[in-house]
Design a protein around this ligand. Structure first.
Ligand SMILES: Cc1ncc(COP(=O)(O)O)c(C=O)c1O
Length: 487
């Protein structure tokens, strides 16, 4: 018998609203700038406006543009305004999706089918050949997810010393099965833009499509550039770029559930489309992954662009660039820390500049104890922040806390054997990634199992248990390998 049942009679709505508030009180405090990702918030006034817009199209469904011409209009105008900003040209096209992952996933399906369509004559043979895409090591995992879903092989290209993709390596990785090259503008982990112009030249010369992932940068880079910052060309002005993803629910400040997938022309985009002309429920057409499409998200995207306007986006971009500079300078000024590469916009990765003295994951643990929500990165181990207007008054406190934590970590080297630092440290050391994947798979099975376990509910003892279990498995594997190779 489940303890969760739909109540026999509806519960009083005031009580439910109260419960929603109570349960939310345990969430991270993003409003005071304690969270450095996940939420993109311009200001309360704009958010209230977005909520009004969203609810005014709360029930309408973008699935059928004939029924809801308003939504078709909002989507079309949002696509056109964005393509104008990203220099798409008159033949460029696109549509709205549910988010960055939605845009990237449908693009991968589209390029796979485009690639196969060009090889029609040898389709029989091609059944046995897997299309490949060349991905910078820093590209968002949505690409790998899509590759897994759609049977595409990922070929990873390494980064250079500035954390941008190494174009020479990309060139070496191209073969007859390459269906796509990817670049990010910018990549999430380090906020740097891949050399899109060089990738564009290469892609054009080899007649291979190039997708630029501007999910996080699409609605800020154009304004940073307009402010006079030296932003290298990253959009459709680069000839070889055939498509872009840009999330309006990030720095476009629309409601969540709004992103754009954009193409230079319909020649490629048409491979996205799905048509079932024979379904007994009637003819069904769909441009991308979603069936039902929330009207509120589409209306909010349109209204955000119109309400904020270029001037508003520029003002916001200016603030974020100033905050970025003060964070980069502030972090680099702390003895023992260094910013990775040179972030071109407001995403920053930073690490220990002296691993013997400062363990970056200990800093993460100590900062968390001070109430900050910390995003940890690996390969190499580092911490991450992405700035928002909510951080305007939080950066000073963050830098002060960071400095104190570094001093504390230097004085207490034993901390690296405790808490999350020990767990992440162990995870980072294990060369056999399959082991980690297996552990994570069990974690997911527990999270989504009947108990719905929360991953961060582990006690310190449980965390230590995980560390020793990983260590034991690691040692067992090392011994097995040693015995194989010593034979
Ligand atoms: C560069 C980049 N691409 C794609 C995504 C995925 O976006 P979403 O979380 O909206 O699916 C993100 C998210 O942060 C991102 O930073």
């Amino acid at each position: 018998m489940s303890e969760y049942k739909i109540p026999e009679k509806g519960i009083d709505k005031a009580l439910l609203l109260e419960q929603l508030k109570t349960y939310g009180s345990d969430d991270k405090d993003w409003k005071n700038g304690k969270v450095w990702s996940l939420v993109y918030h311009l200001d309360d006034e704009h958010s209230d406006f977005m909520k009004t817009v969203y609810t005014s199209y709360f029930s309408e469904n973008g699935l059928n543009p004939v029924a809801f011409k308003s939504l078709k209009r909002f989507e079309h105008e949002t696509v056109r305004m964005t393509l104008d900003m990203l220099h798409g040209g008159t033949k460029s096209v696109g549509n709205m999706t549910s988010g960055g992952t939605g845009s990237i996933t449908i693009a991968i399906k589209c390029y796979r089918d485009y690639f196969l369509s060009k090889r029609k004559l040898i389709k029989g043979v091609y059944k046995f050949i897997q299309p490949e895409m060349i991905l910078p090591a820093s590209a968002h995992p949505a690409f790998r997810k899509a590759a897994q879903y759609f049977g595409v092989k990922v070929v990873e290209a390494p980064l250079d010393k500035n954390f941008r993709v190494d174009v020479k390596a990309v060139k070496r990785l191209i073969n007859l099965n390459t269906m796509l090259i990817v670049g990010s503008a910018p990549c999430y982990p380090y906020g740097v833009i891949d050399p899109i112009e060089d990738l564009g030249k290469l892609a054009k010369r080899r007649n291979i499509p190039l997708h630029v992932d501007a999910c996080v940068g699409g609605f800020i880079l154009p304004f940073v550039e307009a402010l006079g910052y030296p932003i290298p060309a990253f959009d459709f002005r680069v000839e070889g770029v055939t498509s872009m993803s840009a999330d309006i629910h990030k720095y476009g400040y629309a409601a969540k559930g709004a992103s754009l997938i954009l193409y230079r022309s319909m020649d490629i985009m048409k491979h996205q489309f799905f048509i079932d002309e024979s379904w007994c429920g009637g003819i069904y057409i769909s441009p991308s992954l979603q069936g039902t499409k929330p009207g509120g998200a589409i209306a909010s995207a349109w209204a955000a662009l119109k309400a904020i306007g270029r001037e508003g986006y520029m003002t916001n971009a200016k603030l974020l660039m100033e905050l970025t500079q003060s964070m980069v300078d502030g972090i680099n000024a702390i003895d023992g820390l260094e910013v990775m590469g040179h972030p071109e916009v407001c995403l920053i990765g930073f690490r220990s500049s002296d691993k013997r003295k400062v363990n970056i994951f200990v800093i993460g643990d100590l900062m968390e104890k001070k109430g900050w929500h910390i995003d940890r990165q690996q390969n190499p181990n580092s911490l991450h922040i992405s700035l928002n207007p909510t951080h305007e008054f939080a950066t000073e406190e963050y830098l002060k806390d960071l400095k104190d934590c570094v001093a504390h970590a230097k004085a207490h080297p034993e901390l690296k054997n405790e808490g999350d630092a020990a767990m992440y440290g162990m995870v980072a050391k294990i060369p056999l990634r399959g082991m980690i994947k297996k552990e994570l798979m069990s974690l997911m099975e527990e999270m989504y199992g009947p108990e719905g376990k929360m991953p961060d509910n582990e006690t310190q003892d449980e965390k230590n248990d995980i560390v020793s279990k990983l260590a034991r498995t690691y040692i067992e594997w090392a011994e097995k390998l040693e015995s194989i190779f010593s034979k």
